[in-house]
Design a protein around this ligand. Structure first.
Ligand code: R1X
Length: 237
């Protein structure tokens, strides 16, 4: 049996899985593992097994947006994933968390469409508390600024005439926005596994997406730092 979308055999991965949006970033993390082996690359889903300080880790890319990412999360869980860390990027809502700093998300606003087709309104999208504490412990060891709180998961990267109400969510306490975490948190709880997400901020969610440039050195450094934080956290789980 092979899982139809990620093309991984059940049992062929570690219980400890790092998920990232970008297949290139999966490769960058794979290059930091010992004896790394790409076991599948199907659609946007690239899966690499390797060892970090003696612990088996799997890295998989899930692409952009909740529906595609949900396919990946579901199949990773069928393949044996038990502890999942999303290492992502997000847009900030506040000058206190500028590009190059981070968000550790204890919760996600379900402002996407995918989870509405899976669970009723009101079901929260929340991190596994133990993983959250362990991840924050590792983040504290770095010099990177981070905020701990809620992130908004939305669908529309480019706005149409309907404007996404970022300001309402900011005023309601959210720290930033991205596109997959609510799906991960809802699916993890539904399937009985644990998940947490950490995000390098690569810009402001309020700025015009046509001016979006996530390829800055400060962002690259934050991405590397969150990768290190996630890998070190896996050693404690
Ligand atoms: O989650 C967001 C999405 O996957 C963050 O970056 C991507 C869009 O550039």
């Amino acid at each position: 049996m092979i899982l139809p979308n990620i093309k991984v055999k059940p049992g062929a991965i570690s219980e400890h899985v790092i998920v990232v949006g970008d297949p290139e970033r999966a490769k960058v993390i794979g290059d930091q593992l010992d004896n790394a082996e790409e076991i599948a690359y199907s659609r946007e889903y690239r899966t690499i097994n390797g060892w970090y300080k003696g612990k088996k880790i799997t890295v998989t890319s899930h692409g952009v947006g909740s529906p595609g990412a949900a396919v990946c999360f579901e199949e990773l869980i069928k393949a044996g994933a038990k502890k999942i860390i999303r290492v992502g990027t997000a847009g900030s809502y506040t000058d206190e968390l500028p590009p190059g700093s981070m968000i550790i998300a204890d919760s996600a606003v379900r402002a996407e469409g995918l989870t509405k087709q899976m669970v009723p309104d009101g079901v929260p999208a929340v991190a596994d508390f133990n993983m959250l504490l362990k991840l924050e412990e590792q983040a504290k060891k770095t010099n990177f600024k981070y905020g701990l709180g809620t992130i908004v998961t939305l669908d529309a990267f480019y706005a149409g005439p309907v404007q996404f109400p970022h300001m309402l969510y900011k005023e309601s306490g959210a720290l930033g926005a991205e596109m997959e975490l609510a799906a991960l948190y809802v699916i993890a709880r539904l399937r009985g596994v644990s998940a947490v997400g950490i995000f390098a901020l690569d810009g402001y969610a309020f700025s015009d997406m046509n001016d979006y440039n996530p390829h800055k050195d400060s962002v690259k450094e934050a991405v590397q730092a969150e990768i290190d934080i996630a890998l070190e956290t896996m050693l404690t789980l």
